[in-house]
Each structure stands twice: as C-alpha cells, then as structure tokens.
Design a protein around this ligand. Structure first.
Ligand code: 5AD
Ligand code: FES
Length: 363
C-alpha cells in the first residue's frame, strides 16, 4: 500500500529524509513556502547565528581553457578582452579586505592548469600571507586541478576551495558541457574528492533553473550534497548569456523570478538539511532581484562576497548577463552592503574568519 505523502508542515516538524519529501518542499507555495522559509531562518539562528561573514572576491583572470556551454567567459567567446590582474593588484585587493576586517578573501578565475598559472597562484598566496600577517583566510575558486596542484596550494596556505558541481545529473551535465574528455562529470567529482581528501573546507553548488533541469534533479543535488558532507554551498539562478551555446534554449526556461524563487528554496532546504554549514548569498541572485541576496540571508544564507576586483576589469568578468555592481568600487560597496545586511536583522562578522562550523566541529 502506498503511504500518504506528508504535508510541508509535517516534513518540517520531523527530519527531512527522503527524495519525495524534498520534492514536496521544492514545490511549496503560499503559506507552505512561508513555513519553509521561517523554519530555515529558525535553524540558521539556532546553529550559526544571525551573522553574515564577508569573503572579498578577487576575480583574478577571465582567461579560461574551458568551454562550458553556459558561461560568458568560455574559451570560444572572443567578444571581449582577456585580462589577468597584476601581482600588485591582487595584493592590494587582499589588503583592502584585511584593512577593512573582512578576514577572508576568495580568488576566482577562469580555469587554467598550465604550470605557469599554478605557480603564479602559489606565489600570490605567499605574497598575500606576507602582506597580511598570515591573518587572512584564503579561498580558491580555480576549477578542476590535479591532486598535486590542489596539494601545492593547500601547502602554500589555502584553507578553502569552491568548486560547483553545477548539477548532479550526469546526463544534464553532458548537455551543459562539450564532450571532449575535459569536461566530464567524473572529473568534476574526482576533483571534489581530492579536495575533501586533502582537508580543504570544501564548497560546492549548482545552478538552478537550467534548461532541461527538473525538480527531481534538484532533489538529487540536495541528497548528494548531504551524502558527500560538503562544508559550504554557493548556488544561484542560471542566467542566460547571449554569447553562449545554451542561449538557444532560453525560451524553454522558467521566468527569471521563478529561477530565483527556486534558488531561494534550495538555500532554505540546505540550511534545514545541513544546519551548521556556510551558505553564500550569491551575486546571480542580485542580478535578478536587487534584493536577491538579502532575501537569501533571511532564509538561511550567512556568507556574502563583496567584489574587490579593480573596477576597470569588471566588465570583462561577465559569466552571465546583467551582473550587478559593475562600477562600484570596493569602498562604495562597503557602505552599501552594510546597510543591506542591517536591513535583514543580521550582524556582519567583521574580523572573524567565519569558518564553516560543519568543518571546525568535524561533522
Ligand atoms: N548563470 C549563472 N551562473 C553561472 N555560472 C557560470 N555561468 C553562469 C550563468 N550563465 C556560475 C557557475 C560557475 C560559477 C563560477 O559561476 O556555477 O561554477
Ligand atoms: Fe571556464 Fe567553464 S567556461 S570553467
């Protein structure tokens, strides 16, 4: 006999355990949705407190050897200029973070595996540590690398790494990437395993509202997140970019607002499922709704990544369209963000690393 499906409230009152229950949560509307969001806010306050930690984002370079079908800086897009920051620009941006008590930075870039790149990153890590008295936490978001590269960077003093899975559905993954042996789901999983093995605080995530993606896919993403024990999450709505192959499916997409709503549900469910992890309120959310990140903070997110990239490069780091804050320098961002976070009833964790409790408590 088939069991009667539980209601949203019944699920929220117990421990969410299975895929069917996750699907019910992903479909929640109206007062059920309010209940889901309220529960996520409660769990956040109880397990990690109403504090938002900063990670100053340095978009180091838009040079990329890969060709993901969704990404504006993919190798085949030649309609913009390629840049890498100078060492001085990187260290200066890190110093801004340090002097303003951000306590953590993220260095993000297109993916390159050549030894020149790998060694430059190691050198930059050392320079940043020197300039900041070893007090800044450094996160890298530099794509798939070999075990040895990840080890080299870990040994140079990097504590955290972000690598999104993009989707847990292998078939969907194939439709998002070229089939050339360099863009496989298995490689991505392998990289994530290396990072876990080496002892990084490891973050992952997916894009929400991709063409061909179903709610079942998102439920499976959540199950995999929980099973693999990640410490941090960053996810956001997929936003089409006209210079990419995936753009051709734009008419099949959910509305932008529906993609954002679904991404917010994912944030809330991750908070309820995994309680003491760190979750980012991402820029892609703000690209759809100027208050997108504040909405994420209210339903479970506790990390935000103020952009520290020198303004003159920002136009050229457009992974998707309508990216916000293109001409706001770091100083202007600072007061704007402070006001925004205050409006959510959260404090800013100035001077605190804000490591993922899931990592530090060894869960
Ligand atoms: N829309 C939303 N997010 C995107 N990313 C890349 N392209 C897009 C897009 N078109 C995200 C991917 C990647 C991260 C750096 O940016 O999830 O992992
Ligand atoms: Fe650069 Fe995907 S296009 S990593």
């Amino acid at each position: 006999m088939k069991m009667k499906m539980k209601s949203v409230r019944e699920i929220l009152n117990g421990d969410v355990v299975n895929r069917d229950e996750l699907l019910v949560l992903l479909k929640a509307t109206d007062s059920d949705l309010t209940a889901l969001f309220e529960k996520a806010a409660e769990v956040k306050e109880k397990y990690v407190g109403n504090v938002v930690y900063y990670r100053g984002l340095i978009e180091y370079s838009n040079m990329c050897s890969k060709d993901c079908y969704y990404c504006g800086v993919r190798n085949s897009n030649s309609n913009f200029s390629r840049y890498s920051l100078t060492d001085e620009e990187v260290v200066e941006s890190a110093l801004f973070a340090y002097n303003n008590k951000y306590a953590s930075i993220v260095i993000q870039s297109g993916e390159r595996q050549d030894s020149n790149f790998v060694n430059t990153i190691s050198k930059l890590i050392r320079k940043i540590h020197e300039a900041t008295n070893n007090e800044l936490r450094i996160t890298l978001s530099l794509g798939e690398q070999s075990y040895n590269t990840y080890k080299q960077w870990f040994d140079a003093g990097v504590q955290r790494y972000l690598l999104r899975l993009e989707t847990s559905n292998k078939e969907l993954y194939k439709r998002l990437h070229p089939e050339d042996g360099h863009h496989t789901f298995d490689n991505r999983m392998q990289s994530l395993m290396y990072l876990r093995e080496l002892g990084y605080q490891c973050g992952t995530g997916v894009m929400v509202g991709l063409p061909f993606q179903t709610l079942e896919d998102l439920a499976d993403d959540l199950i995999l997140f929980r099973r693999m024990g990640f410490h941090m999450f960053g996810l956001g709505p997929y936003i089409e970019h006209v210079e990419t192959p995936l753009y051709q499916y734009s008419s099949s997409l959910l509305s932008r607002n529906a993609r954002l709503d679904l991404a917010l549900k994912m944030v809330a469910i991750i908070r309820i499922l995994m309680k003491d992890v760190n979750i980012a309120a991402t820029t892609a959310m703000q690209a759809i709704d100027p208050l997108g990140r504040e909405r994420a903070i209210k339903v479970g997110a506790n990390v935000i990544m103020p952009n520290l990239t020198p303004v003159k490069y920002r136009e050229d780091y457009k992974l998707y369209e309508d990216k916000p804050c293109m001409d706001e320098d770091a100083d202007k961002c600072k007061s704007c963000l402070e006001m925004r976070i205050k409006s959510t009833g959260n404090k800013i964790g100035y001077g605190s690393w804000g490591d993922s409790k899931r990592y530090t408590d060894g869960n």
